[in-house]
Design a binder for this molecule. Structure first.
Ligand SMILES: [Zn+2]
Length: 263
């Protein structure tokens, strides 16, 4: 696939350690503290989406302490309220099984509890988290999760769940934001490119998935909405402004290529 700016007309967001705008109403917030990914040369990030009426924001995977700071700054600078956080899949929260991992999530957990912020996680992943993580966490930091599919909050943000893929985790969720030509938040069901010049989607390293074969088949079978122009993943560069042909090729690649064994 051709890459770079100009001729093909697509854009790949520029990497930075501070928050930056991908397109109107969408801010990328680098995590900056995912060591295996960083050592593999691939970015890790959360996102902040502004509601249609401009008064609220929805976080996506905005869990680590450094990201909570950035979310608070974005909210206070824009006079906006954080209404919900969509967790793309259980891996984002599972570091809290370890004390240092829980420490990194403490501010997030306190913030969402104190401010009545809804935390959305697919039921299948939420069940695993309830058993394996929340049951071990001190009561004052414990979270309850809400199913994203059909959740009323998503309507305020022009968002909807468009597919559930079970190959990476049991409750992987593709969330569509209908603004800006349609942007899909993939979590780890797909990873973006390592460099800003490339436009690429790959499956995550196969040992990180419940079943890479299943994930591959799900990408081959999934029906995406007609209007899609970008993909924002947990790892790798977000992309937007893609042509229909580019989206089609990325999708086919996801269902065909061999698994990778390392980042
Ligand atoms: Zn994952």
């Amino acid at each position: 696939m051709q890459s770079g700016s100009g001729a093909s007309g697509h854009h790949t967001a520029i990497a930075d350690s501070s928050p930056y705008n991908i397109c109107p109403g969408l801010v990328c917030i680098p995590h900056g503290d995912d060591r295996p990914a960083r050592e593999g040369g691939i970015t890790t990030q959360g996102y902040l989406v502004t509601s249609r009426d401009g008064t609220s924001v929805l976080g996506i995977d905005t869990v680590p302490a450094s990201v909570v700071d950035a979310v608070e700054q974005q909210c206070s600078a824009g006079g906006k309220t954080l209404k919900g956080v969509f967790i793309t899949h259980r891996h984002v929260m599972q570091s809290a099984k370890r004390p240092e991992g829980l420490h990194a999530q403490t501010r997030f957990r306190k913030y969402v509890r104190d401010n009545d912020v809804a935390v959305l996680v697919h039921d299948a992943d939420a069940a695993r988290l309830a058993n394996e993580v929340e049951a071990q966490v001190p009561e004052d930091l414990r979270l309850t999760f809400q199913e994203p599919s059909g959740h009323p909050l998503l309507k305020d943000f022009d968002m909807q769940v468009v597919a559930e893929l079970h190959g990476h985790t049991e409750g992987g969720t593709l969330l569509l934001w209908k603004a800006n030509g349609g942007i899909i938040f993939t979590g780890d069901c797909a990873m973006g490119a390592k460099t800003a010049e490339a436009v690429k989607l790959t499956r995550p390293p196969n040992f990180t998935s419940v079943s890479d074969d299943q994930l591959k088949q799900e990408w081959a079978d999934v029906t995406l909405p007609d209007e899609v122009s970008g993909f924002c993943s947990l790892h790798g560069r977000p992309s937007y402004g893609l042509s229909q042909q580019e989206v089609k090729e990325l999708r086919l690649h996801m269902g065909r290529h061999e698994p990778i064994t390392a980042i």
